[in-house]
Design a protein around this ligand. Sequence first.
Ligand SMILES: [Zn+2]
Length: 233
Amino acid sequence: MIDRPMPDFADGAWDVFCDFDGTISENDMIAQIMKRFVPEAGLELMDRVNRHELTVQEGVEQMFARIPSSRFGEVRDFAVTSVRLRQGFPAFVRLCRERGWRLTVVSGGFDFFVEPALAPFRDRLDVVCNRIDASGSHLRVVWSTPCDAACEGGCGLCKPAVLRYRQRPGVRQMLVGDGVTDAKAARVADFVFARDRLRGECDRMGIPSLPFETFDDIVARLADVPRDQGVAR
Ligand SMILES: [Zn+2]
């Protein structure tokens, strides 16, 4: 059990790490692609991942391995047109910029849908995600950041490793996320904004977190801080 105090947001520098699928994007694009292109095998793979018979890495690799490379253009077009950005994301990007906080989008997803969705903000944030190799008969996943020695493995893209690689002296790390792949990164982060399943995970692990539904909630919470703390002092 980790037992960290709630931090003072007004004080000091933060690096912000934000998940994409189910967080910036309202839908999980990998799940959408699965339902559309490999509905039956995909559901079975997802069940096996949820039952911990397969790692996330194995599940995602096996799902894409069932899609012929000849259909990659179709997959890409479907994903790009299906992304819906969660309310308030532009204001959140602006707030990070104003505070001088470095914002990194860490996605277990793929550049072919993450990059087009983030193109309007690309000069104000960093992106860590994966790519697809469509040169063979079927799609092959190329993970950008494999698990490091401190992780038990199986992540695909290892979010806790990304946070560890990017630790800087005197700068705290804030995570914004929603799902199981964010839970391992939450253990590394100093503070978490969590929705959906990550909220309960943070409570169970004793990691300080606040819930959010839209990015407006996060902006309101962070923008309020100096005034609140002024009152408290
Ligand atoms: Zn890992």
